[in-house]
Design a protein. Structure first.
Length: 256
């Protein structure tokens, strides 16, 4: 018989349905905000593969000695532009235009139409990729069956993020997707975290943020009074001690 002091979650695996019981009192957190890119979804690998496919499609071997030359130019400038975008110093449109025009202009090619078409190819191809970070699917399964309410909290673009999640077959884990496009503010701005708390109807003391980006995810959450799990798989330096720090996703099971 079901106990009113316990919470029941029904999980379907193939033709089998079973329920898992967890008592409310054992859970410090109710809601988990999770970054998508490079936390759950392997952005670096998926992005590089998408760029390579579009490089071949548009015959960029005409302009560059090899793909790696193009990729290095793109990657360095893209990181710079994302930093400016996160600080609201450039728009999404400027980010998309500049990051695809820069590699061409670096080799003396000024062709805005080609750059735009390449950019459209990239975003569409990117959304179809599905490689996850090692341990991500198992972690999401674990957190869901533990009874946590899971939300994506991302600076990614609305037209891409939902497709990524769908094509990676992880949609069912998340109650909803909260994006900077919805709020007009990028992480680490406090406004996006305030919006997320209101959207999830949860107190910050009952919430934790999991992410790989020190500034956007961890500093942003801390400044908003939200506990953090820093997924630090590349041994990045830190300016304070986060609530928790892990180098591999499976280690989060020991925390939550």
């Amino acid at each position: 018989m079901f106990n009113k002091f316990q919470k029941y979650y029904f999980v379907t695996t193939g033709a089998n349905v079973f329920y898992i019981i967890y008592t409310f009192a054992t859970m410090k957190y109710n809601v988990i905000f999770i970054d998508l890119d490079n936390t759950i979804w392997d952005f670096e690998a998926n992005s590089k593969n998408s760029l390579c496919l579009c490089y071949d499609k548009f015959g960029y071997e005409r302009f560059f000695p090899d793909f790696n030359t193009f990729y290095t130019l793109y990657h360095q400038h893209n990181d710079l532009l994302w930093g400016l975008y996160r600080e609201a110093k450039i728009t999404k449109q400027e980010l998309n235009r500049e990051r695809f025009a820069f590699p061409l202009e670096s080799v003396g090619v000024k062709d805005d139409i080609l750059a735009d078409n390449f950019g459209n190819c990239y975003l569409e191809t990117l959304s179809q990729q599905s490689l996850l970070i090692d341990g991500a699917f198992d972690l999401l399964t674990y957190l869901k069956t533990r009874g946590y309410r899971l939300f994506i909290l991302s600076n990614g673009f609305e037209e891409v993020q939902s497709k990524k999640i769908k094509n990676a077959h992880i949609s069912n884990f998340f109650e909803d997707i909260i994006l900077s496009d919805h709020t007009g503010y990028n992480k680490p701005h406090a406004k996006i975290f305030e919006y997320a708390l209101q959207f999830a109807n949860v107190a910050k003391e009952q919430t934790i943020m999991i992410g790989d980006d020190w500034e956007a995810d961890i500093v942003g959450a801390k400044n908003s009074g939200i506990d953090q799990v820093f997924f630090n798989r590349t041994n990045k330096s830190t300016t304070f001690t986060p609530t928790y720090e892990v180098k591999e996703l499976p280690a989060i099971k020991k925390i939550l």
